[in-house]
Design a protein around this ligand. Structure first.
Ligand code: MG
Length: 195
């Protein structure tokens, strides 16, 4: 399988592989090793169906706040299924809006979060939804996710799109979208392998 690098740390790689959702050049701040949320979601130029997606992220240190206001971002697979990114470190039983959830749908099996300022990883094994000739979904999308090499979602079925999607429908192919939720979350080392 061919590995497609979507971000290698360089500004060239950010601009070559990502745009704002309106198609203009990506605004995120790049320091030469990582990129940080700035002024809007970004979307990959590459689209994919079934795929293994790898990315790493780092939470900002925000001890003055909690819950959805603490280091919120998100990885929207195909632009519509949000794997939540949040500082949920130390939370006992994560719910379906905490880090590692499919937002507002499915809670992670365990809390695998590292503390703020420590790099973390997601490995996402994604099976795209299937459609019949009329365009109706015949099989829902499925996802298996490892956070920091710990299994947090095990071949779960996703019954439709999440809130705040790139487009209001499911499709056989779609891009990766990273969420600007107002917090300075950083990302690095993003690649996919189409399956
Ligand atoms: Mg989010």
């Amino acid at each position: 399988m061919e590995k497609i690098v979507l971000f290698d740390g360089s500004r060239e790689s950010l601009l070559a592989n990502w745009t704002q959702i309106d198609g203009t050049p990506a605004n995120w701040i790049c320091d030469g090793s990582a990129m940080t949320v700035n002024r809007g979601n970004i979307v990959s130029k590459v689209t994919f169906g079934d795929a293994h997606i790898h990315l790493e992220w780092r939470e900002p240190d925000m001890p003055w706040t909690t819950g959805q206001f603490k280091g919120n971002s998100g990885v929207f697979v195909q632009g519509v299924y949000e794997l939540q990114v949040l500082d949920s470190y130390g939370i006992g039983t994560p719910d379906n809006r905490d880090c590692g959830s499919i937002y507002n749908k499915i809670a992670p099996l365990v809390n695998a979060c590292r503390p703020a300022l420590v790099w973390q990883s997601y490995d996402i094994y994604f099976r795209a939804p299937r459609f019949d000739a009329s365009g109706a979904v015949t099989e829902h999308a499925r996802m298996t996710v490892l956070q920091n090499d710990t299994l947090i979602l095990n071949n779960i079925e996703i019954d439709g799109i999440c809130g705040g999607p790139l487009v209001p429908y499911e499709a056989a192919e779609g891009p990766l979208m990273l969420q600007d939720h107002g917090d300075p979350v950083s990302f690095r080392n993003i690649w996919i392998e189409k399956i």
